[in-house]
Design a protein around this ligand. Structure first.
Ligand code: E4P
Length: 225
């Protein structure tokens, strides 16, 4: 399962990449707006940092298919043809997903709240489909079950689309999906940090260090013992 950072703050991205085995970055217009900077200026910095191998997902903002195609052209021109173009699964979006996929563009279908949105986006050729776990929960649905069902729908219908689950508010939601082996999750830095945050682990490590100092001396590690 790929683990992707859902943020456009370059400092946060650098910090996360230094510590965690991450596979790329997703953005959306709201995430970009939080930087307060020009979109392509921010995105180029992110692309330069990620290099060509790691994934970068950037969303179109036009409402109609024709405009989405133009947005996709500009996104790929500025950020490289390997960039994943995120397209919301509206009626116009479905048309754009099919046309872009036919042209060899890697599409991430986004704004997915229902299984049928995901089914149609997969059939239209999307590489990834991004269901919004937390937003589905907030509507009284079951975000995690929706993700598992979409994963199964693709398997059972031989649709070669992977699930890129998005919209997380806590780390436990991610653990449930790791167990299920979906394609990818994207989460904000704080939620990724929560995957490892555990005071008991910190206490155990402190105990080891304290015991070792009894034989090696204060502040001494294996490098100097
Ligand atoms: C993915 O990139 C989605 O746009 C994002 O995860 C949505 O998250 P939110 O529901 O916290 O806005």
């Amino acid at each position: 399962m790929k683990l992707i950072i859902d943020d456009a703050d370059i400092e946060a991205i650098r910090r996360m990449a230094a510590y965690y085995p991450v596979d790329g970055v997703t953005t959306n217009p709201t995430i970009l707006s939080r930087t307060g900077r020009k979109p392509y200026e921010v995105l180029k910095e992110i692309r330069d940092f990620l290099g060509d191998e790691q994934e970068l997902h950037v969303q179109v903002t036009a409402a109609d298919a024709e405009g989405m195609l133009k947005d996709a052209d500009r996104i790929r021109k500025e950020l490289g043809p390997q960039t994943f173009v995120k397209v919301p699964v509206t009626r116009e979006g479905l048309k754009a997903i099919r046309l872009l996929s036919e042209r060899g563009v890697s599409v991430t279908a986004t704004c997915i709240y229902t299984r049928m949105q995901a089914f149609l986006a997969g059939k239209a050729g999307a590489v990834y489909a991004a269901p919004y776990v937390n937003r589905i929960d907030n509507l009284g649905g079951d975000g995690l079950q929706t993700v598992r069902d979409i994963h199964d729908i693709y398997r059972k219908n031989d649709i070669p689309c992977r699930v890129l689950a998005a919209s997380f508010k806590n780390s436990n939601q991610i653990q449930e999906l790791v167990k299920y082996g979906i394609g990818a999750v994207t989460a904000p830095p704080a939620v990724i940090e929560g995957l490892i945050g555990n005071a008991l682990v910190d206490m155990a490590v402190a105990d080891f260090a304290r015991d070792f100092e009894k034989i090696a001396g204060s502040g001494i590690t294996m490098a100097e013992a």
